[in-house]
Design a protein around this ligand. Structure first.
Ligand code: FPP
Length: 264
């Protein structure tokens, strides 16, 4: 299953256990409940910087790779939930152009998770409402993987929920790549529309909301062009713990803000 269908409000549910009388009891203090939101046209595209996998694992005395496996499971649950509340686009930062600097074992694990996911997508892409897109400099990947990504993208392109998975992605690399593409097209002068039409997310509206988990307050080279008027939401929750309640909270914060786009 590409997206986890099993649990919708999995946030609190995960933290319960059955007592002897069969009732669910809370293991931890119940989190403040927020309203489940259904989004409207003001919020179509949400993007996630899925940070905190390594710390989540280390807090449990486990290697960082353990956190990435749990992070991948969270990604599936959050994806399913975002689709269920009416979002039309979701973008996730799975691997940056800078992440190659990590220890080889960790890079290999993330690539293996990604590879397995592509394989799953390839075999099960008919089952979901998802149009899978892969954004970033994909040339670095083996030809066979590139072909699989292209086929998955092509064969799901009629599906209504668009999921951009950013791999070997960097915002600066993306803008540079778009400029070089325009030079190749023979342009002597470029417009903003030209650049928008040549970045990896071309055809997809800019994100309305960018959520970063893990407590750091930076953009880390993510969607630099597209984020010009995005609302940001930062949370200390580490990505593997991120739940549907946390999505609701970010969405509620988005709706409490007034977007002025430079106007008044
Ligand atoms: C950041 O946490 C996370 C990453 C660099 C990798 C994210 C990858 C996944 C969640 C798997 C995605 C899989 C698919 C199939 C899209 P970190 O390692 O920087 O955490 P830290 O800040 O605690 O060190």
């Amino acid at each position: 299953m590409l997206f986890d269908r099993s649990i919708f409000k999995y946030g609190g549910f995960d933290k319960t256990r059955r007592s002897r009388n069969g009732r669910r009891t809370m293991l931890f203090k119940k989190k403040k409940k927020v309203e489940k939101v259904q989004v409207d046209d003001r919020l179509q595209h949400i993007a996630f910087i899925m940070d905190g996998n390594g710390r989540w694992a280390q807090k449990r005395g486990m290697p960082r790779e353990f956190g990435h496996s749990h992070g991948a499971a969270t990604f599936k649950k959050v994806g399913r939930y975002c689709e269920s509340i009416g979002l039309k686009y979701m973008t996730v930062y799975a691997f940056s152009t800078e992440n190659w600097k990590r220890p080889q074992k960790e890079v290999d694990t993330i690539m293996k998770i990604f590879d397995d996911y592509i394989e799953e997508c390839f075999l099960e892409m008919e089952d979901d409402n998802v149009h899978f897109r892969f954004i970033g400099n994909l040339n670095i990947f083996p030809q066979s993987l590139q072909e699989k990504m292209a086929k998955i993208d092509r064969e799901t392109s009629h599906k209504p929920f668009i999921l951009n998975i950013a791999v070997n992605y960097g915002g600066r690399e993306e803008i540079t790549h778009a400029c070089n593409e325009l030079i190749r097209q023979g342009k002597k002068e470029v417009t903003e529309d030209d650049i928008s039409a040549n970045i990896y997310t071309a055809g997809c509206p800019d994100p309305d909301l960018i959520v970063r988990t893990g407590g750091d307050l930076r953009t880390s080279n993510f969607l630099l062009w597209q984020s010009a008027y995005a609302e940001y939401y930062f949370t200390d929750v580490l990505w593997p713990d991120y739940s549907s309640d946390d999505v609701d909270e970010a969405v509620a914060a988005f709706y409490s803000r007034k977007r002025r786009y430079g106007g008044v």
